[in-house]
Design a protein around this ligand. Structure first.
Ligand code: ADP
Length: 350
């Protein structure tokens, strides 16, 4: 029974020489530090012996492990930095000693973790390359119509009125192609090298003001309001791409509020992130479309005019996610929509 289980535990420990073992004494100070611990963390025993557990976590720049979690769980996952500065994922299993103190078995899970991260990235890349393959269909529709009408114009005598109608359709379709190609190029540049972000320090306030100014000339029935804090909103991000996201949201807010109204742009710092929202008083988004709205080429049917590609939001959310942020929206049909995105102060690996 119990003795056997304990023996097994011991055997598991001994059989896994790459796992580190450390013990904490009754006052939660590091009392022993095995050779494998040195191997995993880069810190020698004399650098850690006697440290309290919290001090040890601090030394290791531990993330997602804290003393509280340590007190509550027998097994947990966390990330540390080695003395050399490399990130390591650790699975920590704790056994309390009857006389007080703990034995911690530390398993280096970095290899498996990185594998899973790479695989997740591959699945996402796969999805996007499938998507790009399906794009030919989207391009073919306007092309077919352009070719058809030019052919007719070239081979038939037509009354002026009809000629003009055909030419207008051709222009419209060519314009649609231009939009599609623009968005596709934008998608493509997102794909290149897994989206190399050009990370620089920037003031989000400036980006928002620039974008708002760019839409100034398109305002007829709309009022554009900026509600920004007076202090700079400095973060590290790709300036052009963040501008593109804001531009997309503004363009949507204006296009999908045909009766005008107020479009308000807000930004604030919240929980170590910058949160930007663009709110309109437009037609809103039906609840049944909630889950599709960020899908490439998705457009709400009743409102889809000739002037959109359904790529704007897909591209925008991808940009935000690549910065380690997230995008979402709230909407009431007939009342309006608010799109919100959050950006961390610093992108991951930035
Ligand atoms: P596009 O606007 O080019 O069609 P988007 O990806 O930007 O593509 O948007 C996808 C769809 O989401 C739009 O076609 C529209 O139906 C809906 N949508 C986006 N923004 C809004 C908004 N602010 N209000 C209402 N509907 C919106």
């Amino acid at each position: 029974g119990r003795a056997k289980a304990e023996r097994q535990k011991l055997a598991d420990i001994v059989d896994a020489p790459s796992d580190g073992i450390l013990t904490l004494d009754r006052s939660s100070r590091v009392a022993s530090w095995s050779a494998a611990c040195v191997e995993i963390t880069g810190y020698e025993a004399d650098e850690v012996l006697g440290l309290t557990f919290s001090e040890l976590l601090e030394l290791l720049q531990a993330e997602r492990i804290d003393s509280q979690q340590h007190a509550a769980a027998d097994r947990y996952l966390g990330r540390i930095r080695t003395k050399q500065g490399d990130a390591r994922w650790l699975v920590v299993a704790r056994t309390r000693l009857p006389e007080g103190g703990d034995v911690l078995v530390v398993h280096d899970d970095t290899a498996r973790r990185s594998f899973e991260e790479v695989r997740a990235a591959q699945v996402e890349d796969r999805m996007w390359s499938d998507l790009i393959a399906s794009v030919s269909h989207e391009l073919r529709t306007p092309l077919t119509s352009i070719l058809g009408f030019t052919q007719t114009l070239l081979t038939r005598e037509l009354p002026d009125e009809e000629r003009e109608r055909y030419l207008r359709i051709i222009t419209e379709q060519a314009h649609r192609l231009e939009l599609l190609v623009g968005d596709l190029l934008s998608l493509r540049s997102l794909e290149e090298a897994g989206l190399e972000l050009q990370i620089d320090e920037l003031d989000l306030r400036e980006v928002l003001e620039e974008q708002a100014a760019a839409f100034e000339s398109q305002l007829t029935d709309h009022e554009l309001q900026l509600e920004l804090p007076s202090e700079p909103l400095v973060l590290r991000a790709d300036r052009r791409r963040v501008g593109q996201v804001v531009g997309n949201l503004l363009s949507n807010a204006l296009r999908y509020s045909p009766d005008g109204g107020t479009v308000s742009v807000k930004a604030e710092r919240r929980d170590g992130q910058f949160v930007v929202s663009v709110a309109d008083e437009g037609i809103g988004i039906p609840e049944e479309s909630r889950h599709d709205i960020f899908m490439p080429f998705f457009r709400v049917e009743q409102v889809a005019g000739a002037d959109g590609t359904g790529l704007g939001l897909a591209i925008s959310r991808r940009i935000v996610r690549r910065h380690g942020g997230e995008m979402d929206f709230e909407s009431t049909p007939g009342k309006g929509s608010t799109f919100t995105f959050a950006l961390p102060l610093e992108p991951p690996n930035g």
